[in-house]
Write a protein that binds this ligand. Sequence first.
Ligand SMILES: [Zn+2]
Length: 323
Amino acid sequence: MIVDLHVHVFADTPNHGWLSDELHGRSSMRFIRWRLGLPSVRGAVFEQAVAAKLQATVAATPQLHAAVVLAFDAVYDQAGNRDEANTHLHVTNDYVARLTEGRADLLFGASIHPYRPDAVAELERCVQRGAVLLKWLPIVQNFNPSDPRCLPFYEALAHHRLPLLCHTGGEQSLIALDPSVADPLLLEPALKAGVTVIAAHCGTRSQPVETDYVPAFVRLAHEYEHCYGDTSALNLPARSYAYDTILEDPVVRDKLVHGSDWPVMPVPTRRIGWLQAAKLLLHESNWMRRDIAIKQRLGFDEAYWQRGATLLRRRDVSSPAPA
Ligand SMILES: [Zn+2]
C-alpha cells in the first residue's frame, strides 16, 4: 500500500478552522490559489474548493492508495491557554475526521498542541475517531518537543502506537513564532519514550541562511530504530540539497517515507536531468503525480514507497467510538 503521509487542507468556517488575513494574503498562499484554481473569497466557498481539489488530486494519482490529510492545531501559550492572536492557521481534528471518515483514499492525521490541558484526552478522542498519525509543527505552533510537559503525551502516543510526524528544519509557507525549536534532536525524549517519530522534511533548511539540521536528523536515524524522515517538500529548490545526503547513506535511505506536502508545489530538481525536469514542470500539473515522478526518477526503491503505510496506526483495529 502506497500512502502520501503529508498532505494539507485549509478550513475557513466555524468549527472547521481558519486562516488569518495575514496568511491568506501572503504571496505563497496567493500563488497556491492561482495555480490550483481556488477562489480568493473566504469562508465555505474556499474551504469546499480546497477539499474538492484535494479529493480530485488524490483520485487522479493512481500511484497512491491513500493520502493522510493533516489537521493543524492552534497556538497555545506557556500556560496552556489558546493564543488566538498568534494562530494564523487552524484546521480542527473534527473537520479532518469528518472529511476522511469512511474513505479508503483519505486518512485522518490529527494535530494536538502538547501544552493543552486536555492534550491526552484529545489524543484518545482522535484515536477513537480513526487517527493514523499525529502532526506537529513546533516552530509555528510554539512549543518545545523536549519540554517535560510533553512526556505524558509521548506515553499516550507510544501506548496507542500513533506515530508522531513532526516538522523539522525551517519553514517559509507559514508564520514561524520560535525558529529555535526546529532541531530534530529536541525529539529525543519522544524516541526514548518509544514513540515512532517521522521527522518531516528531514531537518532541511527552507532558505540558505538557516541552520542545517539534516546532520542532526541523520544522527537520530542512525541511533534510533523508530526514527524516520519524510520526503515532503524536498522538491522545493531550497530543500533538495538533502537528496545528496539521504540517498547516499544506506541507513538513512531505509528510514525514508513518502510525503508530498501538497499543496506545496514540487519543482523538478536538476538531479533528474534538465530535460526530464523541464518536461515535468511544463506538462505535469497534478502536483502529487509530479512529486512522485521526480522521486521515481531519483531512484527511490519499492521499499520506500511501501514504508509509510507500515508506520501508520491501523484504523481497522481501533476501538469503536463510544455510543
Ligand atoms: Zn507540511
